[in-house]
Design a protein around this ligand. Structure first.
Ligand code: TTP
Ligand code: MG
Length: 242
């Protein structure tokens, strides 16, 4: 199997350990290299839970999550982390330098690769403006950078690992609309062959996705492009109008 970052969910259901009610029910979709698949849905719909199954933070109760045609439960952790990078909904920075934070998933990255990732993530300017540049310290919990800066540093950290699959969990929410658009344009140019799965609340973040999955109460209730869903999905219309 070629390791290109092909993702498939096949009839996946999932409940948290100890909980009875399923959080995800019968989820099926594919995301191909070069594609962006967006997931939208109200709070608690299961978006974060869905993403968590690919890097195996949890395993599906039934059905299969496949990476390049192989169930993730049959892959080594290292094979998954080499191919999949997730930017979590609450991105975390370690206390230490910016450089230390960026190299976390790939210690051998060159400075040039770090700056390249920062540039795509729209974070190069503010790092350059800091007195110590890449050596600037991040306080415990990342309290000395803004929420938007933290998001961008975490996106840069994911870029440094050059994954085949990016998972962005609401990663653009703290960015203004213009920065969000610039970042995703740069990302698209830089990672044209990658598979991108993006959870977003803002319509502008997801409208250009190849496929949008509308998640409601753990189920995919509608799917299509932005234009298709505007015509066909009352759930999507409600989200767009809210
Ligand atoms: P999420 O998957 O966190 O829902 P979401 O990501 O769509 O919501 P948001 O837009 O607010 O980010 O949660 C789905 C359900 O699973 C919800 O009832 C909470 C529950 N849940 C747990 O029980 N344990 C967990 O660790 C998480 C993440 C969620
Ligand atoms: Mg979430």
């Amino acid at each position: 199997v070629k390791k290109t970052g092909h993702v498939e969910f096949r009839n996946v259901s999932f409940a948290y350990p100890g909980a009875e009610a399923p959080v995800l029910s019968d989820i099926s979709f594919t995301a191909e290299p070069g594609q962006t698949v967006a997931i939208i849905g109200s709070t608690g719909a299961g978006k974060t839970s869905l993403l968590a199954l690919l890097p195996r933070l949890y395993d599906a109760a039934s059905g299969e999550v496949l990476l390049d045609g192989v169930p993730v439960t049959k892959l080594d952790r290292s094979e998954i982390t080499q191919r999949v990078a997730m930017v979590p909904q609450r991105p975390y920075l370690f206390s230490g330098s910016i450089e230390h934070n960026l190299r976390f998933g790939r210690p051998e990255a060159t400075d040039e690769q770090l700056w390249d990732a920062l540039t795509v993530a729209q974070a190069a300017d503010f790092v350059r403006e800091k007195k110590n540049g890449l050596g600037s310290r991040i306080a415990q919990g990342g309290t000395n950078v803004s929420g938007g800066q933290r998001q961008r540093l975490c996106i840069a950290r994911a870029l440094v690992t050059e994954p085949k699959v990016f998972l962005f969990d609401d990663s653009f929410s703290a960015l203004d609309v213009a920065t969000d658009a610039r970042l995703r344009r740069a990302l698209k140019a830089k990672t044209a062959d990658a598979t991108v799965i993006i959870v977003g609340q803002r319509v502008s973040t997801i409208a250009d996705a190849d496929q949008i999955l509308v998640l409601d109460n753990g189920r995919i209730v509608d799917r299509g492009t932005h234009e298709e869903l505007l015509e066909t999905s009352s759930t999507y219309q409600e989200i767009v109008e809210s």
